[in-house]
Every structure is written in structure tokens, then in C-alpha cells.
Ligand binder design. Structure first.
Ligand SMILES: Nc1ncnc2c1ncn2[C@@H]1O[C@H](COP(=O)(O)OP(=O)(O)OP(=O)(O)O)[C@@H](O)[C@H]1O
Ligand SMILES: [Mg+2]
Length: 242
């Protein structure tokens, strides 16, 4: 199996900025890396993404939202993440199952057991080896996300950005609780530094863990000489990661 790293945090905390930096760093270091995102990451899940993030869908029920995330994740895990990990790649995913706990449990108030059951089902019990939580003041993150949306072309994926600040504060608290409960899996970094400072911290920690894994891995699955497995569709998705 490869190594599965997820990036989490409130809107605008810097996930996409940092995951791209890590992708470049690991690729340059010779690792075979696949960059993907949720919701989305493959054709069917990207269609679900457009429903989930469309600000026009104001009437969406919390349960509908939860089930759409689970459906998109089930497809993404089976079609993209599991095969990539089975081939030995390092998989970087921009948001994953912890986001569903922070947003749909802490944010929306759906029972945690319901979310855990759905996550287990959709993920086929797959869990990240490492989760990078970029901890950010919710108001700061929202301001960053909104200015990025204003500056960008394409669809305005901002249904969550339009939620109250208190919603985003609950999401942040939810993430911090998850990190406190699993300190070995989570790497929590403050969003307060410069992009270069944050990426330096993340790269050091990730490279340490990969080296450790490599040292205990008999198959040499992270060899830089193994062929590139990223398909054209996945490359397009990686480019589209926002
Ligand atoms: N450390 C930082 N300092 C200042 N600005 C930053 C920093 N990191 C990211 N930004 C800027 O903040 C904006 C949001 O960053 P980014 O898109 O990476 O966040 P995100 O967590 O992926 O957001 P979303 O949850 O909406 O996908 C971008 O314009 C980015 O350039
Ligand atoms: Mg992003």
C-alpha cells in the first residue's frame, strides 16, 4: 500500500495552496504522487460536487448534503484512491472524511454515529495515514476564500462560504477536537505564517514520516523509478483542485 495524506481546515485556510506545494516538493524528491480532492476527484463525483457547492441550492437539506458527500466519496475511493494506494503511490487529498464530521456533525448537528457509519461505508474502512489540519481563525479564512472567489473565473462554488460565521467557528472547533483525539494521525499547523513557512513545516513532517515508512517497507513501493500512474482525467482533476 502507498501512503494516504489528507488536508483539512475551514474555508480559505490554505489547503489547496499547501497541498500543491507538497505535491511539488514530493514529486521533486522522487515520490510518485497523486493529487486529488473532495468532493470530486473523478467524473461522477465532480458532478455531485457541482450540486453540493452551487450557491443556488439554498434549500438543500442537511441529510441530502450528507448523503451526496457519501455518494461522491464512495465513487472517489473506489475509482481513484484505492487503486492509487494499491499501486504504491502517495495520495494527497484536499478534504476527506474528517470534513464530513466537522461540517455535517459540528456544523449542521447531525449525529456523529450516523456520519461515522456512512464514512466507514463510503471509505471501505480506508483511513488517512496522516491528516494535515491547517488551523485558521474562521473569519480570516472566510475573508481569504471570498477574495479568492471574487478574483477567479468559472463557477462560484460558494454555498458554504455563505454560511454564518458561527457555523464556520463550529467547524473549526470540530476539527480541533478531532486532532486532539488522534494526535498521531493529525499534524496541526497554524494558518498564521507565510505560505513558505507553512509549507516548510508540512514538508519536513511528511518527509520524516515517509522515510520512516520506507525504512520499514520491504517492497520498496515508493521507488522513484516506478512508472507514473496518474491518468489524464486525474491530471485534469489535479489541475482543477481549487
Ligand atoms: N499563509 C497564507 N497567507 C496569506 N494568504 C494565504 C495563505 N495561504 C493561502 N492564502 C491565500 O488565501 C486564499 C485561500 O487559499 P486556498 O484557496 O489555498 O484555501 P482553501 O483552504 O483551499 O480554501 P477552500 O476551503 O475555499 O477551498 C488564496 O487566495 C491563497 O492565495
Ligand atoms: Mg481549496
Amino acid at each position: 500500500m502507498g501512503f494516504f495524506i489528507t488536508f483539512e481546515g475551514v474555508e480559505g485556510c490554505g489547503k489547496t495552496t499547501q497541498i500543491r506545494q507538497l505535491y511539488d516538493r514530493l514529486t521533486k524528491s522522487g515520490y510518485r504522487v497523486m493529487l486529488t480532492r473532495e468532493p470530486g476527484g473523478c467524473l461522477i463525483a465532480d458532478k455531485i460536487r457541482s450540486i453540493l457547492l452551487d450557491a443556488e441550492n439554498k434549500g438543500m437539506q442537511s441529510l441530502t448534503e450528507l448523503l451526496l458527500y457519501a455518494a461522491a466519496r464512495a465513487q472517489h475511493v473506489a475509482e481513484v484512491i484505492m487503486p492509487a494506494l494499491a499501486s504504491g503511490a502517495v495520495v494527497l487529498c484536499d478534504r476527506f472524511s474528517d470534513a464530513t464530521i466537522a461540517y455535517q456533525h459540528n456544523g449542521r448537528g447531525i449525529e456523529r454515529t450516523t456520519i461515522d457509519d456512512l464514512n466507514t461505508l463510503a471509505c471501505q474502512s480506508l483511513r488517512p495515514d496522516l491528516t494535515v489540519l491547517i488551523d485558521c481563525d474562521a473569519a480570516l479564512g472566510l475573508a481569504r476564500a471570498k477574495s479568492r472567489i471574487e478574483a477567479a473565473s468559472g463557477p462560484r462554488e460558494e454555498r458554504f462560504e455563505l454560511e454564518q460565521l458561527s457555523f464556520h467557528q463550529r467547524v473549526r472547533d470540530g476539527y480541533l477536537q478531532l486532532a486532539a483525539a488522534e494526535p498521531d494521525r493529525f499534524l496541526t499547523v497554524s494558518a498564521g505564517g507565510t505560505i513558505a513557512e507553512i509549507s516548510g513545516v508540512i514538508a519536513t513532517q511528511v518527509l520524516n514520516r515517509l522515510t520512516l515508512k520506507q525504512a520499514t517497507c520491504l517492497t520498496g513501493m515508493f521507488s522513484a523509478k516506478t512508472p507514473e500512474i496518474v491518468s489524464d482525467t486525474q491530471k485534469d482533476t489535479a489541475r482543477a483542485v481549487r
